[in-house]
Write a protein that binds this ligand. Structure first.
Ligand SMILES: C[S@@+](CC[C@H](N)C(=O)[O-])C[C@H]1O[C@@H](n2cnc3c(N)ncnc32)[C@H](O)[C@@H]1O
Length: 253
């Protein structure tokens, strides 16, 4: 499924700007490009899931919920089957912008729940959602979303991490491993190594927990430097889990 740029621009303008004689800014247009790539992934994940009951999509660390709301209007509502979007965001201004935008959404049959909470709060999450999507989940939020998706037994996770701060747990591991390997202290050399260890740790943690994962570029790096997407499906294949657990133990030293 592909999404036309003009259609995405129109929806973003209607939902989040909604002022006559205005147009999208350059950063909003880049958001359209991101949305085209990510919504194609969401549409494929929805199509893969043969779900008899209500389809539940979680937009985690949602910001104004561009992903959840566009998926509601363009993917879930046109399916004509029961579906619900569950938005989790902790910043009150973005929660309010999301609630405003819902009034302008063209997806009347869909339930949309907006939870103003930290993704670390287990009470913020529905149980066994079909799909968790997190776009640009910054710092530690990506790890919390992985852990919570495992805890609530989500079926599929589409995760696009953002910046890697010092509070990311695998960043400390990466620094330790860099020292053990005798990596130079030059910041640009270390930064790439640390990102690679953080990415590897997240991948192996998902795999060891039974999630078959693929890592792909969902959009060009000129649109966003944070353009890697983890596509993970819960399969629970014991051989694959054991192999990943062994690799994870080796990575952790
Ligand atoms: C870079 S923005 C991305 C927003 C949105 N997903 C998007 O791509 O437009 C990250 C968002 O995650 C939210 N966030 C970060 N950590 C969070 C946490 N622990 N719990 C809930 N929201 C969080 C921030 O408030 C912010 O709105």
């Amino acid at each position: 499924m592909t999404f036309a740029r003009a259609q995405l621009d129109e929806i973003l303008h209607r939902l989040f700007i909604d002022a006559p004689a205005t147009s999208l800014r350059d950063e909003d247009r880049r958001k359209s490009d991101e949305m085209a790539g990510l919504l194609a992934e969401v549409a494929a994940a929805v199509a893969r899931r043969a779900c008899k009951g209500e389809f539940v999509l979680v937009d985690a660390a949602a910001g104004k919920a561009y992903v959840g709301l566009l998926a509601a209007e363009l993917i879930l509502a046109p399916r004509g089957r029961p579906a619900r979007v569950h938005v989790i965001e902790r910043e009150p201004g973005r929660v309010a912008a999301c609630r405003d935008a819902i009034a302008r959404l063209r997806a009347p049959s869909l339930a949309i729940e907006v939870v103003a909470a930290d993704v670390a709060d287990p009470a913020a999450w529905p149980s066994e959602p079909d799909l968790v999507v997190a776009l640009h989940a910054c710092g530690q939020a990506s790890d919390v979303i992985i852990d919570q998706s495992l805890a609530v037994r989500a079926r599929t996770l589409l995760l696009v991490p953002c910046c890697t701060s010092k509070d990311v747990s695998a960043a400390a591991l990466a620094q330790r491993r860099a020292d053990q390997l005798g990596m130079p202290r030059h910041a640009e050399v270390r930064r790439r190594f640390i990102q690679s260890v953080v990415d590897a740790e997240r991948t192996l943690r998902l795999e060891a927990a039974g999630w078959q994962s693929t890592v792909v570029s969902f959009v060009a790096p000129t649109v966003t430097p944070h353009n890697l997407l983890w596509r993970a499906e819960r399969v629970g294949e014991p051989g694959r889990m054991a192999e990943a657990a062994e690799q994870l133990a080796r990575l952790r030293g």
